[in-house]
Write a protein that binds this ligand. Structure first.
Ligand SMILES: [Ca+2]
Ligand SMILES: [Ca+2]
Ligand SMILES: [Ca+2]
Length: 269
């Protein structure tokens, strides 16, 4: 029997006895493969390494809604922008709705949805203080150097002030960040509030936008809000990097051991 033919009867039968010669396994292919695996694993780790550029942590464009219906509080992870999360509010459901068009203020260039809708708040006086809570739970990664920004178009009789609060216990207790912004009495503007560093790396983080100083109990246009963005840096947990490195070392060890086991056999063949 020629060297290199597999003698397993089942395989020979299945192939009608015409088993072609296997190429001899070249030992020099193994180190190359180890190198490729190592390179691939290192590239994977680099891809998850902390980066200095600003990431989209969560983004809300209010587009997954219907005109006149309830506001869309789901984040835009459906189009790959940030994590999946949903805004929770104490605002009376019947005192807010979806209006058209959307606001240009603070809209992400990467947002591929048509900008048809925004959130409309009315009866601001009856919903004061108005809280919009954004859970940013991060079991797989940490968020740092965050800002919260949004577009708002005040039509009069709306809220006076927006204040940023945060919770590091999943929304049980909220801490005033001390960062707030006055709202115009008319017209569109973009508001940006810095999240305190105490909120960095908190995996039960919730951010709260609290609107106060509501002036109206009517249903006239008051505050129209769109494009809420939580930007910052997404950093993987140290254990993710550590686990990746351990994986690479394990692969190298495994390949080296396989090589050492195979070499004597190949020499004998
Ligand atoms: Ca949405
Ligand atoms: Ca969407
Ligand atoms: Ca919109």
């Amino acid at each position: 029997m020629p060297i290199g033919i597999v003698t397993n009867g089942l395989i020979l039968r299945d192939l009608g006895g015409n088993m072609p010669k296997f190429k001899r396994f070249r030992p020099r292919g193994l180190p190359l493969r180890s190198l490729l695996i190592l390179t691939g694993a290192l590239m994977l780790i680099t891809a998850f390494a902390p980066s200095a550029k600003a990431d989209v942590i969560a983004y809300f464009n209010f587009e997954d809604a219907t005109l006149g219906g309830p506001p869309d509080f789901t984040s835009e992870s459906d189009q790959g922008l940030g994590i999946a999360t949903t805004i929770v509010t104490n605002y009376t459901a019947g005192d807010m709705n979806t209006v058209s068009p959307g606001l240009a203020n603070n809209r992400l260039v990467a947002d591929t949805d048509p900008n048809n809708f925004s959130m409309h708040l009315f009866r601001s006086g009856m919903n004061d203080p108005a809280d919009f809570d954004i859970p940013l739970f991060s079991p797989q990664g940490f968020f740092q150097n965050m800002t919260v920004s949004f577009g708002i178009n005040v039509q009069g009789n709306g809220f006076d002030l927006v204040t940023l609060w945060y919770s590091i216990d999943g929304g049980v207790n909220f801490i005033n960040s001390g960062n707030f912004a006055s709202l115009l009495t008319g017209g569109a503007q973009t508001i940006t509030l810095v999240v305190p560093t105490a909120a960095n790396n908190q995996n039960l983080l919730v951010l709260r936008l609290e609107f106060t100083g509501g002036h109206s109990n009517g249903v006239n246009d008051q505050d129209i809000i769109d494009n809420i963005l939580i930007g910052g840096t997404i950093v993987p947990e140290p254990t993710t990097i550590g686990g990746g490195l351990l994986g690479v070392l394990g692969l190298c060890w495994f390949q080296r051991r396989r090589l050492r086991l195979l070499l004597p056999r190949l020499r004998r063949a």
